[in-house]
Write a protein that binds this ligand. Structure first.
Ligand SMILES: C[S@@+](CC[C@H](N)C(=O)[O-])C[C@H]1O[C@@H](n2cnc3c(N)ncnc32)[C@H](O)[C@@H]1O
Length: 442
């Protein structure tokens, strides 16, 4: 019996993540895998994301039940075993025989027929163990927390130092659950249409125009297919709103375009220039933000030149993404400390270049979806120390403005502030982890 379409897809995606540094959620949403039936797509998603979220725990099981050192196993074997163990340990409705047999079939499909008996033996041993209880037990130390929540200890250590141990625990718990789907609705008629299409929505927690999808597949609705609503975490929407209202707006790192959409909806009469370095991502951006007042340009923001200044600029910089591990769990296995310095150099170059285009009295928002200070306050402090013509605007007053405009509805805005900055902490706040600084030119 060949492996099922869902497991074959999950295996191929996990292999691309492992061997080509691909992103699982991008592949799952790609055209190729949208051809899977809804049931197969759901199972493939569950397995891919589950394996990536729990990778170190799954590897611990392999190590405990195999006579080989993990480093001796090739990628295909590791992926098939992780998939089998994830189904055995975490997915109640999957019969154990299906979990084992399908992983063995995946090994044969990867032309490793002679290794199939080994996979079979390891999984049969593991099959006898207990299912894992959902959730993470209360932990006392960073090492315990990192182990129980399948996170690299160095990341948990930093979060405990910066945010405190309880917050680090909340982040780890948030990362290990399937995150809620939030959407941005431009007006109430979209929410009414979605309800008529059977989508159950709850109000957003941070923002008046955000909704949380409680049940139903939003991606199959007419509203979504026609581009009238977009899936976007509430903190990401909030960054778009922070940019405020202007006449000439520059969005420096714009794809896939979630924030460009928010800018376009809030500024229907503004001229918006959306830059993106990579042509394939610029194409995504055109689809995501098809508004007439948005011009998409494939360009490097560091080299970009313009004859006119902009009164609003967004620099949503490329970053490590440690605030989004619930959606992109592969990041935690790839990232290493030196990467933060490399990212910082790119962020500094983009921010410095963007500042040159800011009109006097204009506002520039620098943002990331990282929790790491090297990519956030350290970048802003470095540029400001060399640019006396610029100063920080307190995010507190920006949130008050958004509250007065009826956009921002979160009850505890003080908890989102870190000095002059905005920063959301996943699990502490009901959203991904974002950072923002607002700069102005005197
Ligand atoms: C964090 S993402 C932006 C997300 C986007 N603002 C949104 O809300 O959907 C950063 C983007 O910047 C792009 N990028 C990286 N370096 C760039 C550069 N030098 N110039 C322009 N875009 C760049 C990346 O390809 C990536 O698409």
């Amino acid at each position: 019996m060949p492996a099922s379409p869902s497991r074959s897809a999950a295996f191929d995606i996990l292999r691309a993540v492992e061997q080509k540094d691909a992103y699982a959620s991008e592949l799952l949403h790609s055209e190729r895998y949208s051809r899977l039936s809804p049931v197969d797509h759901r199972l493939a998603t569950e397995i891919v994301m589950g394996v990536l979220r729990w990778r170190s725990v799954l590897d611990g099981e392999i190590a405990a039940h195999s006579s080989y050192n993990l480093a001796k196993l090739d990628a295909e074997m590791l992926i098939a075993l992780r998939m089998g163990i994830y189904q055995l340990r975490f997915l109640e409705r999957i019969p154990a025989s299906a979990a084992v047999n399908e992983s063995v079939e995946l090994i044969k499909r990867a032309r490793k027929r002679s290794a199939a008996p080994f996979a079979n033996a390891v999984l049969r041993k593991i099959q006898k163990g207990q299912r894992v209880e959902a959730g993470i037990p209360d932990c006392k130390t960073v090492a315990e927390l990192a182990r129980a929540s399948a996170h690299p200890a160095w990341l948990v250590e930093r979060w405990a130092q910066v945010f405190g141990f309880d917050a680090a625990q909340a982040i780890c718990q948030y990362d290990q659950r399937v995150p809620e789907t939030a959407i941005h609705v431009a007006d109430d008629s979209s929410a009414t249409e979605l309800a008529a299409e059977g989508i159950e929505l709850a109000p957003g927690r941070l923002l008046a125009r955000a909704k949380i999808v409680k049940s139903g597949d939003i991606t199959k609705t007419r509203e979504f297919l026609a581009g009238r609503v977009a899936i976007q975490d509430e903190a990401s929407q909030l960054i778009g709103l922070l940019v405020g209202k202007g006449e000439r707006i520059l969005d420096c790192c714009a794809a896939p375009g979630g924030k460009t959409r928010v800018l376009a909806e809030r500024n229907p009469r503004a001229t918006i220039l959306a830059l993106e370095l990579h042509p394939h991502r610029a194409r995504l951006l055109k689809k995501m933000a098809p508004h007439e007042n948005v011009e998409v340009v494939t360009a490097d923001a560091v080299q970009f030149s313009s004859d006119h200044a902009f009164d609003r600029i967004l620099v949503d910089a490329p970053c490590s993404g440690t605030g989004t591990l619930g959606r992109n769990p592969e990041i935690k296995w790839r990232l290493e400390t030196p990467d933060l310095q490399d990212l910082q150099s790119r962020q500094l170059a983009i921010l410095r270049a963007a500042m040159k285009h800011l009109a006097s009295g204009g506002k520039l928002v620098y943002s990331t979806c990282s929790l790491e200070k090297e990519e956030n306050a350290a970048v802003v402090e470095q540029v400001l120390s060399a640019e006396p013509g610029f100063r920080l605007v307190e995010c507190k007053s920006e949130l008050e403005r958004l509250k007065d405009e009826g956009e921002f509805i979160w009850h505890d805005s003080a908890s989102l502030l870190d000095g002059p900055y905005l920063r959301t902490i996943p699990g502490v706040h009901p959203c991904d982890g974002f950072f923002a600084a607002v700069l102005t030119r005197s």
